[in-house]
Design a protein around this ligand. Structure first.
Ligand code: SAM
Length: 297
């Protein structure tokens, strides 16, 4: 793969007019803001923020004096139209959220959609997100994953939510709140099984950062006993469904099959996987079908 890295000395931090910038900000540690994010936030005409008081604190620490305007979820459509008008008149606007990457369980969707409809350039300034930070350190498969946002807050919908994901083969990432973590893990145990690997990623990039990879039952016991684990911000990373032993493939065989399926026809991928691993053809074939089916969902 050829990556076109601009060297730091070559990089220009100047911005063009009439653009919308989507700027990621830290999820805890201020040092995670990128120099490019700071440059853009300093140069734009206005910063649209979820909570101007909250963001004001961050901007002050970064010595950014750009005027901030409030984007609330309840006025997003109305707000988006106003912002788009300002961009059309030549302004540059940056969108930030309270923490992390805007639009990841945060507002901004209508604004970005409208910008595209109006042929306004939308430029992402990538950076922290709790989702990717948790996933990168979780120690579960990352070749395929799905992000499911917040787990439902009420018991009934939460049980259904987990039950519907019992056979999801991809790694799943959820956002959860501290005061519901115990009940949520209880439901997860009941619906996905006590032996399912779950990672609790808490207070990422902050002083009390905790990342624990364990089976669902042990994790629940630990969180119940140590009430500190019921505080702060939480991401849950859950291993995808694995067929019961006997029908299952080793991690290496499954990886080989998945890689080959990305490049070859099902027939060729199955044949090569059998040749490479010595596994039974029927077993590999059935798995290949399952992988293809779930990819079409
Ligand atoms: N846009 C953000 C992002 O890119 O991660 C997410 C915003 S969402 C409203 C807030 C949720 O993200 C929290 O309730 C928690 O589940 C997760 N989160 C945010 N910061 C976190 C952190 N430092 N550690 C763990 N989880 C975090």
């Amino acid at each position: 793969m050829v990556v076109n890295h601009q060297s730091l000395s070559n990089q220009s931090s100047s911005i063009s007019t009439g653009q919308l910038y989507i700027v990621a900000t830290p999820i805890g540690n201020l040092q995670d803001i990128s120099p490019r994010a700071v440059a853009v936030l300093k140069q734009v005409d206005r910063i649209a923020a979820e909570d101007t008081r909250h963001s004001g604190h961050l901007l002050k620490q970064l010595d950014i004096n750009t005027h901030c305007i409030a984007l609330h979820e309840h006025n997003e459509r109305q707000f988006a139209e106003k912002i788009i008008q300002q961009i059309k008149e030549g302004s540059n606007i940056a969108l930030i959220s309270d923490a992390g990457t805007p639009l990841v369980s945060d507002p901004g969707y209508f604004l970005v959609k409208l910008a595209h409809q109006e042929k306004i350039p939308v430029t992402p300034i990538p950076g922290p997100s709790a989702l990717i930070a948790a996933l990168s350190a979780a120690g579960v498969a990352t070749d395929r994953f799905c992000f499911e946002g917040f787990v439902p807050s009420k018991g009934g919908p939460r049980k259904t939510f987990y039950a519907q994901r019992q056979k999801e083969p991809r790694t799943m990432v959820f956002y959860e709140t501290p005061h519901r973590i115990v009940e949520s893990l209880k439901d997860l145990c009941a619906q996905l099984g006590e032996q399912r690997t779950v990672v609790l990623a808490r207070e990422l990039t902050k002083t009390f950062e905790t990342i624990r990879n364990d089976n669902a039952k042990s994790l629940l016991e630990w969180v119940k006993e140590d009430t500190n684990q019921q505080k702060g911000e939480i991401v849950l990373v859950v291993q995808g469904y694995r067929a019961p032993q006997g029908d299952t493939l080793s991690e290496e065989t499954e990886h080989t099959l998945r890689v080959l399926l990305n490049e070859l026809s099902l027939k060729q991928a199955v044949k090569l996987t059998v040749d490479i691993t010595g596994e039974k053809k029927k077993k590999i074939y059935n798995f290949a079908l399952e992988i293809k089916d779930s990819a079409q969902c």
